[in-house]
Design a protein around this ligand. Structure first.
Ligand code: GDP
Ligand code: FE
Ligand code: FE
Length: 197
């Protein structure tokens, strides 16, 4: 796939190499799985294959950065200081998007936004946001109870897949007594509460 210059200034091969250098082989396999899935979903639902590919390849680019790196970014880039109360799970998407913008020169705001919300979802999600959120959850290397159901839903009804993933993630976080990021609750209220898919 040849990327157009207005979205990113490097080729897909160059982007893959840059992403691979940032992470373990296992995480890189996950990223390639997310890309394959995102392209399938983009084909099925009529989104840009190029933007799906770029968003998927970049989405976990910053995940292996240290906490100190994220904290420095939050302080120096004038991001909301409230982010300092959270951790890697929340930072690698929201702060990661800023790192990706600067280091990979991704300028497409639709791609950056999909990366920002890929972990938590959001009340308002574009088609690309939904594709990345769901592809991240169902890519072929994922193996957990419920992943088959999520895959089935993803190819039938993307909104139902967003809802199912959100519900399962919340159940999982509550079982661990993990703190729930407010945006995750907003996603739940919009996509899960009172919905019957
Ligand atoms: P990954 O980066 O490919 O592993 O997947 P994600 O970016 O979707 O998720 C990263 C982690 O964030 C997972 O362990 C999720 O369970 C977790 N996570 C998602 N929402 C929240 C939240 O609201 N609060 C917390 N503490 N963790 C969350
Ligand atoms: Fe992630
Ligand atoms: Fe991921």
């Amino acid at each position: 796939m040849k990327y157009s210059q207005e979205n990113i200034q490097i080729t897909r091969q160059e982007l893959m190499a840059k992403v691979q250098m940032q992470m373990s082989p296992r995480r890189f396999q996950h990223v390639l799985g997310v890309e394959a899935c995102a392209i399938e979903l983009a084909t099925l639902y009529g989104a840009s294959l190029e933007l799906a590919s770029i968003a998927a390849l970049c989405h976990d680019y910053a995940k292996e950065r240290s906490d100190e790196t994220f904290i420095t970014w939050i302080n120096e880039q004038q991001l909301p200081l409230e982010l300092l109360n959270w951790g890697n799970a929340v930072w690698h998407g929201i702060v990661g998007a800023e790192i990706i913008k600067q280091e990979l020169l991704v300028t497409n705001e639709a791609v950056l936004n999909a990366i920002r919300v890929h972990t938590t979802g959001a009340a308002e999600m574009s088609l690309l946001d939904k594709i990345l959120y769901v592809a991240d959850y169902i890519e072929p290397n994922r193996d957990f109870v419920g992943v088959e159901k999520a895959r089935q839903l993803a190819y039938q009804n993307l909104d139902a897949a967003v809802a199912y993933e959100t519900e399962q993630t919340l159940v999982h976080l509550l079982a661990k007594k993990a703190p729930i990021y407010p945006k995750t609750i907003e996603t739940y209220n919009k996509w899960v509460a009172h919905q019957s898919y």
